[in-house]
Design a binder for this molecule. Structure first.
Ligand code: NDP
Length: 278
């Protein structure tokens, strides 16, 4: 094997980031495709994102994934943006060019849609979709979800003004309805996506069980290798037969970033079960 210093270097940057599964996922992609690269998790101080990226550029890193809380700052830092990153207003993938310029992309949305449609066979066309949350993750997924032609797309969020702001920002792309949690229609949605950060504290969004349709699908962007996330456990207890966590989304967004950097598409098929140890 070549010395690690001769390998092309990549990393995920965030704060905190030590818990990230991305190094394991990218190591598996590299092994599978025969690409010679290294991939680390690097913590950057919350008030020093631009300086941290400049430092990594000087060290010769070729690409970076960006996670909480830096996706917006990454968007602001880029010299060029893909159209999906431009629309999202958030960047999760940086390509560091040899001329010192930085190109930004957002692979979260394509990751979510690939996991839902290709892996889980959840058809989005003509469906009534409810998104819980109005943060950076929702920004990244709105355009790809609307591109699947759902019958309707509704956002519920604790702070309604944030949800209204998103609906305004995306009004040229599609119609987004904003509804307060207590006003959501009973069993009105065939797909409910939890994109709140509530699960980080093992909490649930303030959603009534009446809103859940047992024949519909629940999807939690949070993931957990050892046990069900709070939202998946709760929706399953409420009788929803198809409830999934966001590990597949994480793997698919990583695969798209890997493709942007290396021009090779890894096979994502077995990675979720490898990570879960079964
Ligand atoms: P942000 O901090 O940008 O947004 C957080 C959102 O969660 C806000 O809408 C906030 O509401 C809401 N929220 C927080 N706590 C609660 C609560 N207790 N009850 C109800 N709503 C709450 O986070 P992101 O959008 O970046 O991330 C959201 C989640 O998605 C995280 O869990 C993250 O790990 C996950 N994620 C997963 C990915 C994957 O690949 N699987 C990719 C990206 C994100 P308010 O505006 O009212 O404060």
């Amino acid at each position: 094997m070549p010395e690690s210093s001769t390998l092309d270097r990549y990393a995920v940057v965030g704060n905190p980031v030590a818990h990230s599964l991305s190094p394991r996922i990218h190591a598996e992609f590299a092994r599978q495709t025969g690409q010679l690269l290294s991939y680390e998790a690097i913590e950057i101080a919350t008030d020093a994102f631009a300086a941290g990226i400049a430092d990594l550029q000087r060290q010769g890193y070729r690409g970076l994934n960006v996670t909480v809380p830096f996706k917006r700052e990454a968007w602001e830092l880029c010299d060029r943006l893909s159209s999906r990153a431009e629309t999202a207003g958030a960047v999760n993938t940086l390509i560091l060019a040899e001329d010192g310029s930085i190109q930004g992309d957002n692979t979260d949305g394509v990751g979510l849609v690939r996991d839902l449609v290709q892996n889980l066979h959840v058809d989005l066309a003509g469906k009534h979709i409810l998104l819980l949350g109005a943060g950076g993750a929702v920004r990244g997924v709105l355009e790809p979800l609307l591109a699947e032609s759902p019958a309707s797309l509704t956002i519920a969020n604790r702070s309604l003004d944030r949800a209204h702001a998103l609906a305004r920002d995306f009004k040229d792309i599609g119609n987004i309805q904003v509804v307060a949690y207590p006003d959501l229609e009973e069993k009105g949605y065939q797909l409910i996506i939890n994109a709140t950060a509530a699960g980080l504290g093992n909490q649930l969004p303030p959603l009534s069980g009446e809103v859940l349709d047992p024949d519909g699908t629940c999807y939690d962007m949070m993931y957990n290798l050892e046990s069900a996330t709070a939202f998946v456990a709760w929706s399953s207890e409420q009788g929803v037969r198809h409830s999934y966590d966001g590990l597949g989304m994480l793997i698919e967004q990583a695969a798209e970033a890997f493709y942007l950097w290396r021009g090779v598409r890894p096979d994502t098929g077995r990675i979720a079960s490898q990570l879960r140890g079964n």
